[in-house]
Design a protein around this ligand. Structure first.
Ligand SMILES: Cc1cc2nc3c(=O)[nH]c(=O)nc-3n(C[C@H](O)[C@H](O)[C@H](O)COP(=O)(O)O)c2cc1C
Length: 423
């Protein structure tokens, strides 16, 4: 029986273990997690979501405090459209985060940054251009564009000196999305170096409507492989979403995928940025505890635990500090929903907003527990301690389990390691 280690992903002139850990914002896929993937010969992602805030936590900068102070006069204003990001600050924060990560990199693997294009930041083109350009300046190995793929994004960095040497990839969920991107990109004479094909069981935002359950990853992967072959396009395909064991991964590699992107299994590792208590929520979840809903202001369905504190929360929009989802006209669906509830209940001490959530604030505070569909199986990957808590795993343990296990096998941490990893 084959195992993942029998395959290699050829990218950037290297032969890599074909395991990519997906980007998980905000700082859920930390630098530590990405560095482990690279050390072990695979690919890790850091996320570029809310990087000024990540920089404040990581390097003790005061970007968020400074921005909040600058826009303090607007806090009671229901209109947030004047809030703009300082592009110099954005560049500095990105460079710090990326440069520190790349300096710490060891091993033969690669580190990419996950750029979610739905972070429109009240100036979609300018801010995305700065985020991508500064990540390239700071030496990132590659950029994966996701969530809201803008067809012209490669063009924004076409003048960057690293435009042709850095790895550039896109995430799509249909052959149609890939065709559109390639058509639009043709004039740049620059194909993506890899295409992540994400199915409906992934965590985070989904590239499907609420009919997600009618789609399946194997079918989409097969369609895209056929399309790539018919067009004679030699672009490695990375399959993602619901790949839970080494055996699952092998099935996609045997189907013709060049690699797999995985995330959920790493949410319960020590290197993952989620707080320990949240990791325990993920471990304990049953299938019924997980839902796909439409509370994200991005307009994309998102999968999360039903117990997530972000659901129904009616906190005041916090765009003075954050504002990452302000569209090009300075609005966000949460602000609209919040203002509607405020008008309906002007005297309420606390508001509840059920249809949308303040995603920036809740993701920043780890109160939006987005997760993959397979989260309910995480309990099968660890040991339950006498204190009722599951032992956290090391990223190395999970990575190697994907790499070397066969069939539906899942390696449990040994008891001694589990004891020392718990808590
Ligand atoms: C907690 C969590 C957060 C995620 N955040 C992002 C994100 O910020 N950007 C993105 O492109 N994908 C995000 N994803 C999707 C993953 O990168 C990955 O493609 C997918 O979850 C793989 O499927 P799996 O989780 O079943 O292994 C997230 C997934 C999880 C579990």
């Amino acid at each position: 029986m084959k195992r993942v280690d029998d395959f290699r992903l050829k990218l950037a002139g290297r032969e890599l273990v074909p395991i990519m850990i997906g980007g998980m914002g905000v700082d859920i896929s930390t630098a530590e997690l990405a560095l482990e993937a690279a050390r072990l010969g695979g690919i890790g992602h850091i996320s570029d979501a809310m990087v000024p805030d990540v920089s404040d936590r990581r390097f003790d900068t005061s970007f968020v405090k400074d921005k909040t102070r600058f826009y303090k006069h607007n806090i009671d204003n229901s209109d947030k459209s004047i809030i703009k990001f300082d592009l110099g600050v954005l560049a500095e924060a990105t460079r710090r985060h990326v440069a520190a990560t790349m300096q710490a990199k060891r091993g033969n693997g690669l580190i990419f940054v996950n750029c979610m294009e739905k972070l429109t930041m009240n100036a979609p083109r300018e801010t995305l251009q700065v985020r991508m350009g500064s990540a390239l300046d700071a030496g990132i190995d590659g950029i994966t564009l996701s969530a809201g793929l803008h067809l012209g994004s490669f063009g924004l960095i076409a003048d960057h000196p690293r435009f042709r040497d850095a790895q550039l990839g896109i995430i799509v969920s249909s052959v149609r999305a890939l065709q559109l991107f390639l058509r639009k990109n043709a004039r740049l004479d620059r194909l993506p170096d890899y295409v992540v094909v994400e199915g409906p069981l992934a965590g985070g935002h989904l590239g499907f409507g609420m009919d997600w359950a009618e789609h399946d990853l194997a079918t989409i992967v097969t369609e895209i492989l056929q399309y790539l072959r018919a067009e004679r396009l030699d672009i490695p395909l990375i399959a993602a979403g619901g790949i839970f064991t080494g055996g699952d991964a092998c099935r996609f590699l045997e189907l013709g995928a060049a690699g797999v992107q995985v995330a959920t299994r790493f949410t319960v590792t020590r290197e993952c940025g989620l707080p320990e208590d949240v990791k325990q929520e993920y471990f304990r979840a049953s299938e019924d505890d997980i839902e796909v809903n439409t509370i994200s202001p991005t307009g994309y369905p998102m999968r999360m635990l039903k117990s997530t504190p972000a659901i129904g929360s009616g906190i005041r929009p916090n765009c003075e500090a954050y504002g990452y989802l302000l569209d090009g006209a300075g609005s966000c669906a949460y602000i609209t929903a919040y203002n509607r509830e405020l008008a309906l209940h002007p005297d309420a001490r606390t508001l509840s907003v059920r249809d949308k959530t303040c995603l920036c604030t809740h993701m920043r505070n780890f109160n939006c527990w987005t997760c993959g569909h397979m989260t309910y199986r995480l309990k099968d990957t660890s040991r339950l301690g006498a204190d009722g808590r599951y032992a956290l795993l090391s990223a190395e343990h999970v990575f190697r389990d994907y790499q070397f296990s066969t069939g539906s096998q899942i390696a449990l941490p040994d008891t001694e390691a589990a004891d020392s990893l718990a808590g």
